[in-house]
Write a protein that binds this ligand. Structure first.
Ligand code: SF4
Ligand code: SF4
Length: 453
Protein backbone atom coordinates (compact mmCIF):
# COMPACT_ATOMS: atom_id res chain seq x y z
CA UNK A 1 0.00 0.00 0.00
CA UNK A 2 1.27 3.47 -0.93
CA UNK A 3 2.36 5.63 1.99
CA UNK A 4 -0.01 8.45 2.77
CA UNK A 5 2.00 11.08 4.57
CA UNK A 6 5.55 12.30 5.18
CA UNK A 7 7.76 10.54 7.65
CA UNK A 8 9.43 13.25 9.76
CA UNK A 9 7.62 15.55 12.20
CA UNK A 10 4.47 17.50 11.35
CA UNK A 11 1.49 18.72 13.34
CA UNK A 12 -2.31 18.54 13.24
CA UNK A 13 -3.76 22.05 13.67
CA UNK A 14 -7.52 22.62 13.28
CA UNK A 15 -7.98 23.10 9.53
CA UNK A 16 -10.68 25.78 10.00
CA UNK A 17 -11.78 25.70 6.36
CA UNK A 18 -14.61 28.18 7.04
CA UNK A 19 -14.83 29.32 3.41
CA UNK A 20 -14.84 25.88 1.73
CA UNK A 21 -18.48 26.16 0.62
CA UNK A 22 -18.11 29.65 -0.84
CA UNK A 23 -18.01 29.37 -4.65
CA UNK A 24 -15.37 31.48 -6.42
CA UNK A 25 -16.87 34.82 -7.50
CA UNK A 26 -15.33 37.42 -9.80
CA UNK A 27 -15.16 40.79 -8.05
CA UNK A 28 -15.79 44.19 -9.68
CA UNK A 29 -12.64 45.78 -11.11
CA UNK A 30 -10.96 48.44 -8.95
CA UNK A 31 -10.45 51.98 -10.34
CA UNK A 32 -6.71 51.33 -10.70
CA UNK A 33 -4.29 48.40 -10.46
CA UNK A 34 -0.68 48.47 -9.26
CA UNK A 35 1.17 45.63 -10.95
CA UNK A 36 4.43 44.74 -9.23
CA UNK A 37 7.36 43.86 -11.47
CA UNK A 38 8.99 41.83 -8.67
CA UNK A 39 6.28 39.30 -7.94
CA UNK A 40 8.21 36.13 -8.77
CA UNK A 41 11.42 34.57 -7.50
CA UNK A 42 14.37 35.80 -9.57
CA UNK A 43 15.17 39.06 -11.35
CA UNK A 44 12.38 41.68 -11.49
CA UNK A 45 10.77 42.12 -14.92
CA UNK A 46 11.59 45.22 -17.02
CA UNK A 47 8.72 47.51 -17.98
CA UNK A 48 8.03 47.91 -21.71
CA UNK A 49 5.26 50.49 -21.32
CA UNK A 50 5.39 54.20 -20.49
CA UNK A 51 2.96 56.66 -18.87
CA UNK A 52 0.12 57.51 -21.25
CA UNK A 53 0.19 54.15 -23.08
CA UNK A 54 -3.16 52.49 -23.66
CA UNK A 55 -3.15 48.80 -22.69
CA UNK A 56 -5.55 45.89 -22.88
CA UNK A 57 -5.97 42.98 -20.46
CA UNK A 58 -3.49 40.25 -21.35
CA UNK A 59 -0.97 42.65 -22.98
CA UNK A 60 2.71 42.32 -22.03
CA UNK A 61 3.75 45.27 -19.85
CA UNK A 62 7.11 43.89 -18.66
CA UNK A 63 9.64 41.39 -20.00
CA UNK A 64 11.78 38.95 -18.01
CA UNK A 65 14.80 40.63 -16.39
CA UNK A 66 16.95 37.49 -16.53
CA UNK A 67 16.83 33.71 -17.02
CA UNK A 68 14.98 33.20 -13.73
CA UNK A 69 12.28 35.81 -14.25
CA UNK A 70 8.83 36.05 -15.87
CA UNK A 71 6.69 38.08 -18.25
CA UNK A 72 4.15 40.37 -16.64
CA UNK A 73 0.89 41.26 -18.39
CA UNK A 74 -1.69 43.92 -17.76
CA UNK A 75 -4.63 42.48 -15.85
CA UNK A 76 -6.99 45.24 -17.04
CA UNK A 77 -7.61 47.59 -19.95
CA UNK A 78 -6.87 51.27 -19.43
CA UNK A 79 -4.10 53.87 -19.42
CA UNK A 80 -0.67 53.52 -17.84
CA UNK A 81 -0.51 56.25 -15.20
CA UNK A 82 3.00 55.67 -13.92
CA UNK A 83 5.99 53.35 -14.10
CA UNK A 84 7.70 53.68 -10.76
CA UNK A 85 7.40 52.11 -7.35
CA UNK A 86 4.60 51.16 -5.00
CA UNK A 87 4.70 49.86 -1.44
CA UNK A 88 4.24 46.13 -0.93
CA UNK A 89 2.33 44.55 1.94
CA UNK A 90 5.32 44.96 4.26
CA UNK A 91 5.59 48.66 3.32
CA UNK A 92 8.73 48.09 1.23
CA UNK A 93 9.13 49.81 -2.14
CA UNK A 94 8.71 47.56 -5.20
CA UNK A 95 8.94 48.40 -8.92
CA UNK A 96 5.42 48.78 -10.22
CA UNK A 97 3.21 49.81 -13.18
CA UNK A 98 0.08 51.74 -12.22
CA UNK A 99 -2.83 51.48 -14.65
CA UNK A 100 -6.08 53.42 -14.53
CA UNK A 101 -8.89 51.00 -15.38
CA UNK A 102 -11.09 51.82 -18.41
CA UNK A 103 -13.60 49.17 -19.50
CA UNK A 104 -12.53 45.54 -19.78
CA UNK A 105 -11.02 44.90 -23.21
CA UNK A 106 -8.73 41.93 -23.82
CA UNK A 107 -5.97 41.48 -26.38
CA UNK A 108 -6.92 39.55 -29.48
CA UNK A 109 -6.55 35.78 -29.40
CA UNK A 110 -7.45 35.21 -25.74
CA UNK A 111 -10.25 32.64 -25.53
CA UNK A 112 -12.53 33.66 -22.65
CA UNK A 113 -15.19 31.04 -23.42
CA UNK A 114 -15.71 28.20 -20.92
CA UNK A 115 -15.19 25.55 -23.69
CA UNK A 116 -12.79 22.83 -22.51
CA UNK A 117 -9.84 22.17 -24.86
CA UNK A 118 -8.43 18.71 -24.20
CA UNK A 119 -6.10 18.20 -27.21
CA UNK A 120 -2.49 18.18 -26.04
CA UNK A 121 -0.03 19.74 -28.57
CA UNK A 122 2.48 17.12 -29.70
CA UNK A 123 5.48 19.43 -29.31
CA UNK A 124 6.43 19.73 -25.61
CA UNK A 125 8.79 22.65 -26.40
CA UNK A 126 5.90 24.63 -27.90
CA UNK A 127 3.89 24.04 -24.70
CA UNK A 128 6.86 25.21 -22.61
CA UNK A 129 7.19 28.38 -24.69
CA UNK A 130 3.50 29.20 -24.22
CA UNK A 131 3.90 28.73 -20.46
CA UNK A 132 6.88 31.14 -20.54
CA UNK A 133 5.05 33.70 -22.68
CA UNK A 134 2.02 33.41 -20.37
CA UNK A 135 4.06 34.58 -17.38
CA UNK A 136 3.14 31.47 -15.40
CA UNK A 137 4.82 31.16 -11.99
CA UNK A 138 4.34 28.67 -9.14
CA UNK A 139 1.20 29.56 -7.24
CA UNK A 140 1.84 27.43 -4.18
CA UNK A 141 3.69 30.26 -2.45
CA UNK A 142 7.16 30.23 -3.98
CA UNK A 143 6.27 31.99 -7.31
CA UNK A 144 9.22 30.34 -9.08
CA UNK A 145 8.91 30.80 -12.87
CA UNK A 146 7.23 27.59 -14.06
CA UNK A 147 9.08 27.27 -17.39
CA UNK A 148 12.41 27.18 -15.49
CA UNK A 149 11.17 24.46 -13.13
CA UNK A 150 10.02 22.43 -16.15
CA UNK A 151 13.52 22.48 -17.67
CA UNK A 152 15.56 19.96 -15.64
CA UNK A 153 19.34 20.38 -15.90
CA UNK A 154 21.20 17.97 -18.22
CA UNK A 155 21.45 14.48 -16.77
CA UNK A 156 18.37 14.86 -14.54
CA UNK A 157 15.08 13.18 -15.42
CA UNK A 158 11.63 13.71 -14.02
CA UNK A 159 10.24 10.33 -12.95
CA UNK A 160 7.14 11.77 -11.38
CA UNK A 161 5.13 14.96 -11.68
CA UNK A 162 3.32 15.78 -8.43
CA UNK A 163 0.46 18.25 -8.51
CA UNK A 164 0.05 19.71 -5.05
CA UNK A 165 -3.60 19.87 -4.05
CA UNK A 166 -2.92 19.46 -0.33
CA UNK A 167 -3.71 23.04 0.70
CA UNK A 168 -2.44 22.06 4.15
CA UNK A 169 -2.42 25.63 5.53
CA UNK A 170 -5.44 26.07 7.81
CA UNK A 171 -8.21 28.42 6.62
CA UNK A 172 -7.20 28.63 2.91
CA UNK A 173 -9.69 27.15 0.44
CA UNK A 174 -8.94 28.66 -2.98
CA UNK A 175 -7.15 25.47 -4.15
CA UNK A 176 -10.04 23.30 -2.96
CA UNK A 177 -12.59 25.50 -4.76
CA UNK A 178 -10.42 25.44 -7.89
CA UNK A 179 -10.37 21.62 -7.84
CA UNK A 180 -14.16 21.54 -7.46
CA UNK A 181 -14.99 24.28 -9.97
CA UNK A 182 -12.16 23.96 -12.52
CA UNK A 183 -11.29 20.29 -12.09
CA UNK A 184 -11.35 19.54 -15.85
CA UNK A 185 -8.97 22.42 -16.57
CA UNK A 186 -6.68 21.28 -13.74
CA UNK A 187 -6.51 17.75 -15.19
CA UNK A 188 -5.79 19.04 -18.72
CA UNK A 189 -3.15 21.36 -17.19
CA UNK A 190 -1.64 18.33 -15.47
CA UNK A 191 -1.51 16.49 -18.82
CA UNK A 192 0.21 19.52 -20.43
CA UNK A 193 2.80 19.72 -17.63
CA UNK A 194 3.38 15.98 -17.85
CA UNK A 195 3.87 16.15 -21.63
CA UNK A 196 6.53 18.87 -21.28
CA UNK A 197 8.39 16.53 -18.91
CA UNK A 198 8.21 13.50 -21.23
CA UNK A 199 4.94 11.97 -19.96
CA UNK A 200 6.07 10.68 -16.54
CA UNK A 201 3.54 9.28 -14.07
CA UNK A 202 1.59 12.23 -12.66
CA UNK A 203 0.04 12.21 -9.18
CA UNK A 204 -2.50 14.83 -8.11
CA UNK A 205 -2.07 14.70 -4.33
CA UNK A 206 -4.96 15.88 -2.17
CA UNK A 207 -5.35 15.65 1.62
CA UNK A 208 -8.25 13.50 2.84
CA UNK A 209 -10.05 16.45 4.44
CA UNK A 210 -11.24 17.26 0.87
CA UNK A 211 -13.17 14.08 -0.05
CA UNK A 212 -15.42 15.87 -2.55
CA UNK A 213 -12.45 17.26 -4.47
CA UNK A 214 -10.79 13.81 -4.52
CA UNK A 215 -13.93 12.11 -5.86
CA UNK A 216 -14.52 14.89 -8.41
CA UNK A 217 -10.96 14.78 -9.79
CA UNK A 218 -10.97 10.97 -9.89
CA UNK A 219 -14.14 11.06 -12.01
CA UNK A 220 -12.55 13.53 -14.45
CA UNK A 221 -9.31 11.56 -14.68
CA UNK A 222 -11.31 8.39 -15.54
CA UNK A 223 -13.37 10.26 -18.16
CA UNK A 224 -10.27 11.71 -19.86
CA UNK A 225 -8.07 8.59 -19.59
CA UNK A 226 -9.30 7.14 -22.94
CA UNK A 227 -7.70 10.19 -24.67
CA UNK A 228 -4.39 8.42 -24.02
CA UNK A 229 -0.96 10.11 -24.07
CA UNK A 230 -0.26 11.94 -20.80
CA UNK A 231 -3.88 11.43 -19.70
CA UNK A 232 -3.18 7.71 -19.31
CA UNK A 233 -0.59 8.33 -16.60
CA UNK A 234 -2.56 10.57 -14.23
CA UNK A 235 -3.60 9.36 -10.78
CA UNK A 236 -5.39 11.17 -7.93
CA UNK A 237 -3.98 10.17 -4.57
CA UNK A 238 -5.56 10.79 -1.18
CA UNK A 239 -3.03 11.72 1.53
CA UNK A 240 -3.52 11.85 5.29
CA UNK A 241 -4.05 15.39 6.54
CA UNK A 242 -0.90 16.61 8.23
CA UNK A 243 0.79 20.01 8.18
CA UNK A 244 3.05 20.90 6.26
CA UNK A 245 2.23 18.19 3.70
CA UNK A 246 2.27 20.77 0.90
CA UNK A 247 5.96 21.56 1.48
CA UNK A 248 7.85 20.29 -1.57
CA UNK A 249 10.18 18.00 0.31
CA UNK A 250 7.39 16.67 2.54
CA UNK A 251 5.13 16.01 -0.46
CA UNK A 252 7.84 14.11 -2.32
CA UNK A 253 8.39 11.99 0.79
CA UNK A 254 4.62 11.39 1.18
CA UNK A 255 4.06 10.46 -2.47
CA UNK A 256 7.33 8.82 -3.53
CA UNK A 257 8.86 7.76 -0.23
CA UNK A 258 12.05 9.62 -1.19
CA UNK A 259 13.99 12.16 0.86
CA UNK A 260 15.33 15.31 -0.82
CA UNK A 261 18.60 15.81 1.02
CA UNK A 262 19.96 19.10 2.35
CA UNK A 263 21.05 21.33 -0.55
CA UNK A 264 19.30 19.15 -3.14
CA UNK A 265 16.39 20.04 -5.42
CA UNK A 266 13.23 17.97 -6.02
CA UNK A 267 14.58 16.95 -9.44
CA UNK A 268 17.51 15.25 -7.64
CA UNK A 269 14.87 12.88 -6.26
CA UNK A 270 13.31 12.55 -9.73
CA UNK A 271 10.35 14.82 -8.95
CA UNK A 272 8.83 18.04 -10.24
CA UNK A 273 6.14 19.57 -8.00
CA UNK A 274 3.55 22.07 -9.23
CA UNK A 275 0.53 23.54 -7.47
CA UNK A 276 -3.13 22.94 -8.46
CA UNK A 277 -3.61 26.61 -9.40
CA UNK A 278 -0.40 26.51 -11.45
CA UNK A 279 -1.90 23.59 -13.43
CA UNK A 280 -4.96 25.76 -14.07
CA UNK A 281 -2.75 28.71 -15.13
CA UNK A 282 -0.86 26.39 -17.50
CA UNK A 283 -4.15 25.22 -19.02
CA UNK A 284 -5.26 28.81 -19.58
CA UNK A 285 -1.92 29.96 -21.02
CA UNK A 286 -1.54 27.02 -23.41
CA UNK A 287 -5.11 26.10 -24.41
CA UNK A 288 -6.79 29.50 -24.14
CA UNK A 289 -3.89 31.94 -24.83
CA UNK A 290 -4.76 33.62 -21.54
CA UNK A 291 -1.74 34.81 -19.56
CA UNK A 292 -1.65 34.74 -15.77
CA UNK A 293 -3.51 37.93 -14.87
CA UNK A 294 -5.99 36.77 -12.25
CA UNK A 295 -6.13 34.29 -9.40
CA UNK A 296 -8.50 33.12 -6.69
CA UNK A 297 -8.03 34.61 -3.23
CA UNK A 298 -9.68 33.29 -0.05
CA UNK A 299 -10.88 35.99 2.36
CA UNK A 300 -11.62 34.34 5.68
CA UNK A 301 -11.27 34.37 9.46
CA UNK A 302 -13.56 33.83 12.44
CA UNK A 303 -14.15 37.57 12.58
CA UNK A 304 -14.51 38.17 8.81
CA UNK A 305 -17.70 39.88 7.58
CA UNK A 306 -18.24 36.90 5.29
CA UNK A 307 -16.31 33.89 4.06
CA UNK A 308 -15.33 34.23 0.40
CA UNK A 309 -13.22 32.91 -2.45
CA UNK A 310 -12.78 35.73 -4.94
CA UNK A 311 -11.42 35.85 -8.49
CA UNK A 312 -9.12 38.87 -8.41
CA UNK A 313 -7.14 40.62 -11.14
CA UNK A 314 -3.42 40.85 -10.33
CA UNK A 315 -2.54 44.29 -8.94
CA UNK A 316 -5.85 44.91 -7.18
CA UNK A 317 -5.38 46.78 -3.87
CA UNK A 318 -5.89 44.42 -0.90
CA UNK A 319 -8.34 46.92 0.60
CA UNK A 320 -10.61 46.55 -2.47
CA UNK A 321 -10.49 42.73 -2.18
CA UNK A 322 -11.49 42.89 1.51
CA UNK A 323 -14.25 45.41 0.74
CA UNK A 324 -15.66 42.94 -1.80
CA UNK A 325 -15.89 40.40 1.02
CA UNK A 326 -17.90 42.73 3.25
CA UNK A 327 -15.12 45.02 4.54
CA UNK A 328 -12.95 44.99 7.62
CA UNK A 329 -14.96 44.64 10.87
CA UNK A 330 -13.76 46.78 13.82
CA UNK A 331 -12.89 43.59 15.71
CA UNK A 332 -10.11 42.72 13.24
CA UNK A 333 -6.67 43.47 14.68
CA UNK A 334 -4.45 41.90 12.04
CA UNK A 335 -4.58 40.93 8.35
CA UNK A 336 -2.33 38.13 7.13
CA UNK A 337 -1.51 37.43 3.49
CA UNK A 338 -1.59 33.63 3.27
CA UNK A 339 -2.45 31.21 6.05
CA UNK A 340 -1.83 31.40 9.80
CA UNK A 341 1.27 29.18 9.70
CA UNK A 342 3.36 30.66 6.88
CA UNK A 343 1.50 33.87 5.97
CA UNK A 344 2.92 37.38 6.22
CA UNK A 345 1.42 40.18 8.30
CA UNK A 346 0.01 42.97 6.12
CA UNK A 347 1.06 46.42 7.26
CA UNK A 348 -0.14 48.20 4.10
CA UNK A 349 -3.70 47.48 2.91
CA UNK A 350 -3.11 49.62 -0.19
CA UNK A 351 -0.54 47.06 -1.38
CA UNK A 352 -1.61 45.19 -4.53
CA UNK A 353 -2.33 41.48 -4.92
CA UNK A 354 0.40 39.48 -6.65
CA UNK A 355 0.15 36.42 -8.88
CA UNK A 356 0.90 34.31 -5.81
CA UNK A 357 -1.63 35.90 -3.43
CA UNK A 358 -3.81 32.98 -2.30
CA UNK A 359 -5.60 34.27 0.76
CA UNK A 360 -6.23 37.06 3.23
CA UNK A 361 -6.81 35.93 6.80
CA UNK A 362 -8.52 38.40 9.13
CA UNK A 363 -7.63 37.84 12.78
CA UNK A 364 -9.27 39.28 15.89
CA UNK A 365 -7.31 40.72 18.79
CA UNK A 366 -7.86 37.54 20.84
CA UNK A 367 -6.50 35.37 18.02
CA UNK A 368 -3.31 37.41 17.69
CA UNK A 369 -2.45 37.40 21.39
CA UNK A 370 0.69 35.46 22.24
CA UNK A 371 1.30 33.97 25.66
CA UNK A 372 4.18 35.32 27.78
CA UNK A 373 7.52 33.83 26.79
CA UNK A 374 8.97 31.40 29.31
CA UNK A 375 12.23 29.47 29.53
CA UNK A 376 12.94 26.37 27.50
CA UNK A 377 11.99 23.32 29.56
CA UNK A 378 13.81 20.96 27.15
CA UNK A 379 10.67 19.01 26.41
CA UNK A 380 11.82 18.31 22.82
CA UNK A 381 8.36 18.93 21.32
CA UNK A 382 9.77 21.38 18.78
CA UNK A 383 12.27 18.79 17.52
CA UNK A 384 9.56 16.12 17.31
CA UNK A 385 7.39 18.47 15.23
CA UNK A 386 10.08 19.79 12.86
CA UNK A 387 9.47 18.26 9.39
CA UNK A 388 13.07 19.00 8.40
CA UNK A 389 14.55 17.02 11.27
CA UNK A 390 16.12 20.12 12.84
CA UNK A 391 16.51 20.93 16.53
CA UNK A 392 14.70 24.26 16.91
CA UNK A 393 15.60 24.61 20.63
CA UNK A 394 19.28 24.42 19.65
CA UNK A 395 18.87 26.82 16.71
CA UNK A 396 17.13 29.25 19.05
CA UNK A 397 20.02 29.13 21.52
CA UNK A 398 22.68 29.53 18.81
CA UNK A 399 20.75 32.32 17.07
CA UNK A 400 20.43 34.37 20.24
CA UNK A 401 24.20 34.08 20.70
CA UNK A 402 24.99 34.92 17.03
CA UNK A 403 26.95 31.66 16.68
CA UNK A 404 26.69 31.58 12.90
CA UNK A 405 29.17 28.77 12.17
CA UNK A 406 27.33 26.46 14.52
CA UNK A 407 23.98 27.54 13.09
CA UNK A 408 25.19 26.55 9.64
CA UNK A 409 26.52 23.24 10.95
CA UNK A 410 23.08 22.65 12.54
CA UNK A 411 21.50 23.26 9.08
CA UNK A 412 19.50 26.39 9.91
CA UNK A 413 19.49 27.04 6.14
CA UNK A 414 17.21 23.99 5.69
CA UNK A 415 14.43 25.54 7.77
CA UNK A 416 11.29 25.89 5.63
CA UNK A 417 9.74 28.39 8.06
CA UNK A 418 6.68 26.21 8.55
CA UNK A 419 6.09 27.31 12.14
CA UNK A 420 5.57 23.78 13.54
CA UNK A 421 8.12 24.46 16.30
CA UNK A 422 6.42 27.68 17.37
CA UNK A 423 3.02 25.94 17.32
CA UNK A 424 4.13 23.18 19.69
CA UNK A 425 6.35 25.11 22.12
CA UNK A 426 4.72 25.18 25.60
CA UNK A 427 7.07 27.99 26.66
CA UNK A 428 5.77 30.32 23.90
CA UNK A 429 9.30 30.94 22.65
CA UNK A 430 9.09 32.80 19.30
CA UNK A 431 11.16 30.07 17.65
CA UNK A 432 10.04 30.79 14.08
CA UNK A 433 10.85 34.50 14.24
CA UNK A 434 14.27 33.93 15.78
CA UNK A 435 15.20 31.06 13.46
CA UNK A 436 14.00 32.91 10.34
CA UNK A 437 16.26 35.88 11.11
CA UNK A 438 19.20 33.56 11.79
CA UNK A 439 18.55 31.65 8.56
CA UNK A 440 18.59 34.87 6.50
CA UNK A 441 21.87 35.85 8.15
CA UNK A 442 23.51 32.46 7.51
CA UNK A 443 22.28 32.35 3.90
CA UNK A 444 23.87 35.79 3.41
CA UNK A 445 27.16 34.46 4.77
CA UNK A 446 26.99 31.38 2.51
CA UNK A 447 26.25 33.56 -0.54
CA UNK A 448 29.09 35.97 0.23
CA UNK A 449 31.49 33.04 0.68
CA UNK A 450 30.46 31.55 -2.69
CA UNK A 451 30.89 34.94 -4.40
CA UNK A 452 34.38 35.36 -2.95
CA UNK A 453 35.58 32.01 -4.36
S1 SF4 B 1 10.07 26.60 11.27
FE1 SF4 B 1 12.02 25.64 10.68
S2 SF4 B 1 12.90 24.89 12.60
FE2 SF4 B 1 10.72 25.31 12.98
S3 SF4 B 1 9.69 23.37 12.63
FE3 SF4 B 1 9.62 24.47 10.67
S4 SF4 B 1 11.46 23.79 9.56
FE4 SF4 B 1 11.73 23.19 11.71
S1 SF4 C 1 9.31 23.07 22.50
FE1 SF4 C 1 9.96 24.97 23.49
S2 SF4 C 1 10.29 24.36 25.62
FE2 SF4 C 1 10.24 22.44 24.44
S3 SF4 C 1 12.39 22.04 23.88
FE3 SF4 C 1 11.51 23.22 22.21
S4 SF4 C 1 12.03 25.35 22.71
FE4 SF4 C 1 12.27 24.17 24.59
Amino acid sequence: MARRTFSIGGIHPDDAKLSRNAAIEAIPLPSAVYISLAQHIGAPAKAVVAPGDKVKAGQVIAEPGGFVSAFIHSSVSGTVKSVGVCKDLSGKAAPCVEITVEGDEWVEGVDLTPDLVTDIPADGKAILEKIRLGGVVGLGGATFPTHVKLSPPPGKTCEMLIINGCECEPYLTSDERTMLEKGEQVVVGTALLSHVLGDPHAVIAVEDNKPEAIAHLRGIVERLRPLGGPYAGIEVRSLMKKYPEGGEKQLIDAVMGRQVKSGQLPIDAGAVVQNICTALAVYEAVQKNKPLVENSVTVTGKGAARQANLLVRVGTPLRHVIDCAGGLPDSIAKVVSGGPMMGKAVVNLDAPTLKGTGGLLLLTEAETRRGAEGSCIRCGKCADACPMGLEPFLLNRLARADRNDELEAASVQDCIQCGCCLYTCPANIPLLDIIAVAKARVLGIIKARAAAK
